[in-house]
Design a protein around this ligand. Structure first.
Ligand code: SF4
Length: 289
């Protein structure tokens, strides 16, 4: 198999088989990310894609799922994606679910009719690393789009019947804009009605502009308690029913699962309890390890 750069696989999808169809990230300038910093974006050579599929047809001939790589493979035009999806179906004829993580902006070069055809070819589920629905925050971390783009492109996915996930990046607005990030993200996410909302906490990785800004005093990271307050505010304002994933385990409870609306009050109560009584010093120490 030809894997040329960072292999990020969504841990909630079947983690094999994987198929790399692009290299790097077209945007490559979110202020908190170094994943593809040293990789120039390009389309994976067509012969490599075919060789990988030939290999998978030998090793996994009954594969029903596949994850496309790399950072934002759906940036490829409809005209480029169709032959790739057709080739997947040719070599893996039992294919049912083609998954991909991608950027919101990658949907904009496709019509609803084209998206419907990609779904017919197996593209069933997309994970969007949205991170925020708040325009100030999106600009602050250089995501390269605004809330209106999120709404417009998600509406197209909805109309095409392609399921999608949206991620909320807890802490990415810093202290300066934490509550606006939480409330406006919940508002935009609720409007888009994704099948799943995932939340993760900001980590200031070495080499990121956001860490440099933090060291210069221009960005103020949230404390563990403030992270939980922000997450609780986001959850309180989220009104769409969905599967909800968080990597926070609070008071020994795993808050991840389906039926968000039915569980919402208990998630808020668990977060509130953790804010009031949790051992947040210990959590901060673990986070710094
Ligand atoms: S779009 Fe994703 S992979 Fe690309 S720079 Fe931003 S966070 Fe990193």
């Amino acid at each position: 198999m030809h894997f040329t750069d960072t292999v990020y696989r969504n841990p909630y999808w079947p983690t094999w088989p994987l198929l790399q169809i692009t290299q790097g990230c077209t945007h490559n300038s979110c202020k908190f990310c170094t994943m593809y910093r040293n990789v120039d974006f390009c389309l994976q050579p067509a012969e490599w894609i075919e060789e990988d599929l030939q290999e998978l047809s030998q090793s996994d001939p009954h594969a029903k799922t596949i994850q496309l790589l790399s950072a934002n493979p759906l940036t490829l035009s409809y005209e480029k994606l169709v032959p790739i999806l057709e080739m997947i179906n040719h070599y893996l004829p039992e294919m049912e679910y083609i998954y991909a993580a991608t950027r919101v902006t990658d949907i904009s070069n496709k019509t609803v009719e084209q998206l419907k055809h990609l779904k017919e070819l197996g593209l069933r589920e997309i994970s969007l690393g949205v991170e925020s629905g708040d325009d100030w925050t999106l600009e602050r971390v250089n995501k390269g789009y605004h809330a209106i783009d999120i709404i417009e492109q998600c509406a197209k996915l909805k109309e095409a019947g392609i399921d999608f996930w949206m991620s909320f990046l807890n802490g990415v607005a810093g202290k300066e804009h934490s509550m606006e990030h939480a409330i406006n993200s919940a508002k935009i996410f609720s409007q888009c009605e994704p099948m799943l909302v995932g939340t993760g906490g900001l980590v200031l990785f070495p080499g990121t502009p956001l860490l440099d800004e933090a060291e210069r005093g221009e960005f103020t990271p949230l404390s563990e308690k403030e992270m939980l307050v922000e997450l609780k505010t986001f959850v309180e304002n989220l009104t769409c029913d969905c599967t909800f994933i968080t990597h926070h385990t609070v008071s020994g409870k795993n808050l991840t699962g389906p039926d968000f609306i039915r569980r919402k009050d208990s998630i808020v109560a668990a977060l509130d309890h953790e804010i009031q009584h949790g051992n947040l010093d210990m959590m901060a120490a673990i986070a710094e390890e």
